[in-house]
Design a protein around this ligand. Structure first.
Ligand SMILES: NC(=O)c1ccc[n+]([C@@H]2O[C@H](COP(=O)([O-])OP(=O)(O)OC[C@H]3O[C@@H](n4cnc5c(N)ncnc54)[C@H](OP(=O)(O)O)[C@@H]3O)[C@@H](O)[C@H]2O)c1
Length: 341
C-alpha cells in the first residue's frame, strides 16, 4: 500500500500538565488543539501504523488535552486515545486487518495513529464500527472493575455517574450476574432508563432525602464496593453510610469539588478502604490471557445486544474543532470523530 507523507490531525498546543483542574467539560477546543497537516508518523520496531476509521471521545481525552490526566501532553502530537481502523504498516500478521486500539506514540484524532503491536485488538466482522471504536477504554474498564465487584463477594454494588456509558455497561453486567447495582445519578431523567437496564435502586443525588434513600438501600442490599467517578461530597457521604468493610474505588474525577472525609475512624474501626483504579495500571498488572479473554467477552456482548453503545453524534475530523463541543454537550451518548468524511 502506498501511504501519504502527510496527514490531517488535531494536534496539541501545550506540553506537560496544567496547574489547575477544571474537569472534563469543554465548550471551545481552540485553547488546546488545532487542526493541522503534519508528517505521517513512522512506526519503529514493535509499533504499528493504523489508518483510523472512527475515533472515540472519552472524558479522559478531555482531561488529557487540558493537562489534568495521568500522563503529560506533548506539544504538536495528535490528541485522542482510542479508535478503530486498519493496520497499514508494522511487522505484524494483522497488517490489512480491522483492529481496535489505544494509541501510544501518535493519537487517534487524526487520519493515521500509532500503537504498540501488543495493543492491537482484532475485531470480529460483525462488530459495529461505533462499538469497535470505543472497545478499549470503557468496556475493558467495566470488565476489570466488575472483577473487583465479584471478588468482594457481596450481592450488590454502588456506582455513581450511573448514566455514563461505562456505568451502563456495569449495570448490564450486574443484571446478567445477579449482583444488584445501586445506581446514583444527578438527573432524575436518567432513573427510568437505568431501572429498565437492570439497576435495583436509583438514587437521585439532588433529592432532599437522597442520603436517607441510599441508607435504606444499603441496609437492604449490603453493598461492599462503591465505584466512583465523581469524587464529590455526596460520594464521601455515601461511603460513610455504607456497611462495614466497604471499599471506595475512585476511577474518575467528574466533579471539581474537594470532599471532606468526615469519619476517617471508619477506616480503623469498620475496616473501610479508599483506593484508585486506572485501566493503564490494570493492563500492566494483568495476565495477557485474561485481557484477550476480556476482549472476546466484550465483542460477544456487543454483537449479541447485551451491551450497546449510545451515540450522541459523529463529527468529521475536518469539522471537529467547531462541532465536537456541541456533541459533547448532548446527554446520554458518546461522541466520535470520523477522519474519512
Ligand atoms: N480510571 C480509569 O481507568 C477509567 C477508565 C474509563 C473511564 N473512566 C472514567 O469513567 C467516567 C465515565 O466515563 P464515560 O466515558 O462512561 O462518561 P460519559 O458517557 O461521558 O458520561 C459521563 C456521565 O457523568 C455524569 N457527570 C458528569 N459530571 C458529573 C458530576 N459533577 N456529578 C455527577 N455526575 C456527573 C454525566 O451526567 P449528566 O448527564 O448529568 O451530565 C454523565 O452521565 C469518567 O470519569 C472517565 O474518566 C476511568
Amino acid at each position: 500500500m502506498t501511504l501519504p507523507t502527510t496527514m490531517k490531525a488535531m494536534v496539541q498546543l501545550h506540553s506537560g500538565y496544567a496547574d489547575s483542574h477544571t474537569g472534563p467539560n469543554l465548550s471551545d477546543l481552540s485553547p488546546y488543539l488545532a487542526l493541522r497537516d503534519i508528517a505521517l508518523p513512522v512506526p519503529a520496531a514493535g509499533q504499528a501504523l493504523i489508518k483510523v476509521h472512527l475515533a472515540a471521545v472519552n472524558p479522559s481525552d478531555i482531561h488529557f488535552i487540558k493537562g489534568e490526566y495521568g500522563q503529560p501532553r506533548v506539544h504538536g502530537m495528535p490528541a485522542g486515545f482510542e479508535a478503530v481502523g486498519e493496520v497499514v504498516a508494522g511487522e505484524t500478521p494483522l497488517l490489512g486487518q480491522r483492529v481496535s486500539f489505544y494509541a501510544t506514540g501518535s493519537g487517534t484524532w487524526a487520519e493515521y495513529a500509532m500503537t504498540d503491536l501488543q495493543g492491537l485488538v482484532p475485531c470480529r466482522p460483525d462488530l459495529a464500527e461505533t462499538d469497535a471504536a470505543g472497545q478499549v477504554v470503557n468496556p475493558l474498564t467495566a470488565i476489570a472493575m466488575f472483577d473487583i465487584v465479584k471478588a468482594a463477594g457481596a450481592d450488590s454494588f454502588v456506582l455513581n455517574a450511573a448514566g455514563s456509558q461505562l456505568c451502563k455497561l456495569l449495570i448490564a453486567l450486574g443484571r446478567d450476574h445477579g449482583i444488584k447495582p445501586i445506581a446514583v445519578v444527578r438527573r432524575a431523567a436518567q432513573a427510568d432508563m437505568l431501572r429498565a437496564l437492570g439497576a435495583a435502586e436509583v438514587i437521585v443525588s439532588s433529592d432532599d432525602d437522597a442520603l436517607t434513600q441510599a441508607q435504606a438501600a444499603f441496609d437492604r442490599y449490603k453493598p461492599r464496593i462503591l465505584l466512583d467517578a465523581v469524587g464529590d461530597q455526596f460520594t464521601a457521604d455515601l461511603f460513610f453510610a455504607m456497611p462495614n468493610h466497604a471499599r471506595w474505588v475512585n476511577y474518575g474525577k467528574l466533579s471539581t469539588q474537594a470532599p471532606k472525609l468526615t469519619n476517617l475512624g471508619q477506616m480503623i474501626f469498620r475496616n473501610k478502604q479508599i483506593e484508585g483504579f486506572w485501566l493503564t495500571r490494570w493492563l500492566k498488572q494483568t495476565d495477557r490471557d485474561r485481557v484477550t479473554q476480556a476482549f472476546m467477552e466484550i465483542q460477544e456482548r456487543f454483537v449479541t445486544g447485551k451491551w450497546t453503545t449510545d451515540v450522541a453524534g459523529v463529527v468529521p475530523l475536518s469539522q471537529a474543532m467547531a462541532e465536537l463541543p456541541g456533541v459533547l454537550a448532548k446527554p446520554d451518548g458518546k461522541a466520535f470523530i470520523d477522519p474519512r468524511s
